[in-house]
Design a protein around this ligand. Structure first.
Ligand code: GRF
Length: 195
């Protein structure tokens, strides 16, 4: 296990399905001086996920998992997580829903980022719904994962104004920058209070 300032680094695994900007921000955070974490394993259910390039660039182990049979896929992931002695998991745009059994294996050790002010707007197409409903505010949330979709304890949340000329795309872009900033903050908070 790597050490930083005499402290053992926590090993984390990041799960992605696509672009991977949050993965990138977590990797950058892990490379900071005295960082408490190291990204040890990237999991993707999509072999074409752009985010895999960040793993490759940084020489981080990655595993592409065929999700045709969820049970088999999850068992394969679990085996690899245990092999790498992963301490906790960050979901970052991972488009598969984890089973209860999987979550129980890492109870209280799975984080997710969601592009809305949870508990509002769980699920997909959050920005579209926010615009349609003429919301004045929106935001993003890092939360714990439990067996109900987007419903676990909130770790960190950032609220922003919806601007007059915002559309789905503009909002997504603005919020993604904020997501990338808050994920490391939430990880720090999670470590301080839970590990
Ligand atoms: C983010 O908007 C995240 O909130 C959602 O999926 C998107 C992933 O983006 N769960 P990226 O792959 O990290 O760029």
């Amino acid at each position: 296990m790597d050490k930083s300032n005499g402290k053992k680094k926590l090993k984390i695994s990041v799960f992605i399905s696509g672009r991977g900007t949050n993965l990138k921000s977590i990797i950058n955070f892990s490379k900071k001086k005295n960082s408490l974490i190291e990204v040890n394993l990237v999991i993707s259910d999509n072999k074409k996920a752009k985010g895999l390039n960040f793993a490759k660039k940084n020489k981080i182990r990655f595993l592409i998992v065929n999700y045709k049979k969820k049970n088999i896929a999850e068992n394969k992931i679990l085996t690899n997580l245990k092999k790498c002695k992963i301490d906790f998991i960050c979901l970052a745009g991972f488009m598969k829903i984890l089973s209860k059994k999987f979550i129980n294996n890492y109870k209280g050790k799975i984080l997710n980022i969601h592009p809305s002010l949870l508990p509002k707007y769980k699920g997909l197409n959050t920005h579209k719904r926010v615009i349609m409903n003429k919301e004045k505010f929106t935001g993003c949330t890092v939360h714990m994962v439990n067996s109900k979709l987007d419903s676990g304890k909130i770790i960190f949340q950032k609220k922003i104004k919806v601007l007059k000329n915002d559309n789905e795309k503009k909002l997504e872009k603005r919020l993604l920058n904020i997501e990338n900033r808050i994920y490391p903050i939430a990880i720090k908070k999670f470590i301080n209070f839970n590990l």
